[in-house]
Design a protein around this ligand. Structure first.
Ligand SMILES: Cn1ncc2cc([C@H](O)c3cccc(CNC(=O)c4cc(-c5ccc(F)cc5)cc(O)c4O)c3)ccc21
Ligand SMILES: [Mg+2]
Length: 214
């Protein structure tokens, strides 16, 4: 039977990456998606910007919206201090099955909690069910029309504190116009655009970093 793209990405990890070596997992996925078949990972160019923001924030708690195959999940978690935790939300069970195996191959199960479900349903349960106070860093990479409603929902649920950092992928391509307009015009956010390219292509894209001012 025909394999799926996420299954082929997992195969590339299992064939080319070293168990317990997160950076080799990241490298294996990038090489596969650049040379064999494109996939919607944040990729290496935007990934370097992601690395620098993670290192600067040095977060104890991270929320990722949209796991897909776990590329950015592993990339972020590999930079976290000991005892730091990353919660990643994935509604597509097929993606979740693959991402769990990619995370396991990287040896990062202890830092990462993958929760299956939709962000709109899970965000209100973060405090009671997952013992979260607030998030130091949120990486938005799920459906682009959910970035704004979920940001407002995180505010309403008291999950953001003064200084919490939101980092949003794809603000140019595919684009998140309503979200960009909101974070750039709201007095409660200080935003900065990091110009880059759509993963594995020359098409313009970028990341928007927005600090919640409380
Ligand atoms: C509610 N909820 N809660 C959790 C949750 C999780 C998911 C899934 O992880 C999921 C599934 C499908 C699509 C996405 C969003 N990603 C994209 O659509 C994307 C597209 C492109 C691109 C760019 C140019 C093209 F030509 C084609 C695709 C480049 C990119 O980097 C992307 O991130 C995310 C969905 C909703 C969820
Ligand atoms: Mg993306």
């Amino acid at each position: 039977t025909q394999s799926t793209r996420p299954q082929r990405i997992l195969g590339a990890v299992q064939q080319n990456a070293t168990r317990g070596d997160p950076r080799s997992v990241v490298r294996a996925i990038d090489q596969y998606c650049r040379n064999q078949e494109w996939a919607m990972n944040v990729g290496d160019e935007k990934g370097c910007i992601l690395d620098s923001v993670v290192s600067e924030v040095n977060p104890a708690t991270v929320l990722e919206l949209g796991t897909y195959c776990g590329y950015s999940t592993v990339r972020i978690a590999s930079l976290l201090p000991p005892h730091a935790k990353l919660i990643t939300l994935e509604f597509n069970p097929e993606f979740a099955v693959i991402a769990r195996q990619v995370i396991a191959w990287a040896g990062l199960e202890d830092k990462i909690q993958l929760v299956e479900g939709a962000s709109g349903d899970l965000i209100p349960k973060m405090k009671e069910q997952f013992g979260v106070e607030t998030f130091d860093l949120v990486f938005l990479d799920h459906w682009k029309d959910r970035y704004l409603p979920d940001t407002k929902l995180m505010e309403e649920c008291g999950l953001l504190r003064k200084g919490s950092v939101l980092l949003a992928d794809n603000v140019i391509c595919p684009g998140t116009p309503e979200y960009l307009e909101f974070v750039r015009s709201s007095p409660r956010y200080e935003s900065q655009y990091f110009k880059s390219h759509l993963e594995y292509t020359k098409v313009e894209d970028g990341l928007e970093k927005s600090v919640f001012l409380g």
